[in-house]
Design a protein around this ligand. Structure first.
Ligand code: GDP
Length: 487
């Protein structure tokens, strides 16, 4: 938990105004909710002859996580990649996922039954006879992708960007590219609807050009980006796509410890009649067994039964396995972590502390980047980059602004526009800013009250302007810490 002016004041009895004044004299602009580092807090307290003892608060779940991170690895092996499908609406994300599912050899064994459990595992007989497995998260689209990331739960190793051959790169394609890039996740392109008459080689070359323009230079053009021609309708290219995903996973050297007690993340959770709370999870490490004690976000319990993506009961499972589990006392949130504990008591304790922390979430939330506090964070060495999501009314302004903003960087700090597009500020822009610790700048555009509300909740700084000079001046001042605090 960061120390804020407010918490420092209530711990020491020093008035917040006095703390702010003291910091101001030191050249630090702060408001009542600003976070300050431990040293600065001690310095302020010393001014008032108060010796401040700062204790790191560690919850049971932190300890589980730490113990997990530090434990000895038992059986580290390569693991299948986890992929998410992104792309513009109607370009074929859902159809492609459906078609991929049909390629699964295990589905044939299970009589073709598939169960929606938030993710599924597809195994194919590779071209050299070796089995190749890929896990797909079942909710396509960058909103789901980025809202998971905003919760600190990046489960995706690879993004499959679906681009329809008859439509090319569209606004949500660009959004998807920027969301994937901001997450640092490699992109493989599925050039879909390759069966339609408009998929002429001329049009394909044109789309390659659009992709290259957005930093995805196709391998066919000597670049780095794999572009696989697919038809979700006819099934063309689907095994090629799976092979490329498998190959990319190899390049990323993805591994997991297949031994020891399991850990993983929640994909989704729901109440089911007769079963109570069930959680759909992805095992990321170790082994989970029926009968294990488990803490899973605010919930805990003993694993009663586990079902796989073909509706089959399983008794034990390892990394990269999506499962539906029952036996827990409450519904966890998507993105929450789970851990296996040695006793039921340990699981209960971790869950109850999780609930406790949740109650004080305001305090526990990470320091948000705002233009007001950016210089402080820069000085404290917490950042060297101001990230911006930029929305403008016309492309020309977006381009000019992007260039002007990125020019403001110097030796100490860079300004990076992680997404720029034409149009009003959307929920997805706010999510991206939240997940990437960025601010949002709108030029001649607005944010609807709903979007503003979400931004306020997530403490995402939105700045609206109508004059280019005002934008650059504001950012320049923020970089130098010369911005007059708002409020
Ligand atoms: P999403 O919005 O990206 O999930 O797109 P959908 O999967 O819902 O597909 C949108 C439309 O495109 C549907 O009518 C599909 O039948 C059609 N479609 C998807 N993939 C293909 C394809 O490869 N070829 C053709 N001809 N149509 C496709």
């Amino acid at each position: 938990e960061p120390i804020t002016i407010k918490s420092l004041s209530s711990a020491t009895g020093i008035k917040t105004a006095d703390i702010i004044k003291y910091l101001f004299k030191q050249g630090v602009m702060a408001t009542i909710n600003s976070a300050i580092d431990t040293e600065a807090a001690m310095e302020v307290a010393l001014e008032y002859d108060i010796e401040l003892e700062v204790r790191e608060q560690q919850t049971a779940i932190d300890k589980l996580k730490e113990a997990f991170d530090k434990r000895e690895r038992i059986d580290v092996r390569p693991r299948p990649p986890v992929a998410t499908v992104l792309g513009h609406v109607d370009h074929g994300k859902t159809s492609l996922l459906d078609r991929i599912r049909k390629e699964d050899v295990a589905a044939h064994e299970a009589g073709g039954i598939t169960q929606h459990i938030g993710a599924y595992r597809v195994t194919i007989e590779g071209s050299e006879g070796a089995e190749k497995t890929v896990v797909f998260l079942d909710t396509p689209g960058h909103e789901a992708f980025t809202s998971m990331r905003a919760r600190g739960a990046n489960m995706t190793d690879l993004v499959v960007l679906v681009v329809a051959a008859d439509d090319g790169v569209m606004p949500q394609t660009i959004e998807s590219i920027n969301h994937a890039k901001a997450a640092g996740v490699p992109i493989i392109v599925a050039l879909n609807k390759i069966d339609v008459p408009q998929a002429t080689s001329d049009n394909i070359q044109k789309i390659y050009g659009q992709l290259a323009e957005h930093g995805l230079n196709p391998v066919e053009w000597g670049g780095e980006t794999e572009v696989i021609k697919t038809s979700a309708e006819k099934g063309t290219g689907v095994t090629d796509l799976l092979e490329v995903l498998d190959y990319q996973a190899e390049l990323l050297e993805l591994t997991a410890d297949f031994g020891g007690p399991a850990a993983g993340r929640v994909i989704e959770a729901e109440m089911q009649p007769g079963r109570g709370s069930v959680a759909r999870v992805l095992v990321q490490s170790g082994q989970i067994k029926v009968g294990d004690f488990i803490v899973i976000g605010r919930a805990y319990g003993r694993v009663r039964d586990m079902t796989d993506d073909h509706g089959r009961q399983v008794l034990e499972a390892g990394p990269a396995t999506p499962l539906e589990i029952s036996g827990i006392d409450d519904l966890p949130d998507a993105g929450d972590g789970f851990y296996i504990t040695t006793t039921l008591q340990a699981a209960e304790q971790a869950a109850s502390q999780f609930r406790e922390v949740e109650r004080h979430q305001q305090l526990a939330s990470k320091t948000k980047v705002t233009l007001d506090n950016f210089a402080d964070q820069l000085k404290a060495g917490k950042t060297r980059e101001l990230r911006v999501v930029l929305k403008a009314d016309v492309q020309g302004s977006a381009d000019v602004l992007r260039e002007s903003l990125e020019k403001l960087g110097n030796n100490e700090v860079t300004v990076r526009v992680i997404h720029s597009a034409v149009g009003g500020i959307t929920e997805s822009d706010v999510l991206l800013a939240d997940a990437s610790e960025a601010i949002v700048i709108g030029f001649h555009v607005i944010a609807t009250p709903t979007v503003r509300e979400i931004a306020e909740e997530r403490e995402v700084d939105i700045r609206l302007h109508r004059v280019i000079y005002d934008v650059t001046e504001e950012v320049t001042k923020a970089l130098e810490g010369m911005l007059e605090p708002e409020r």
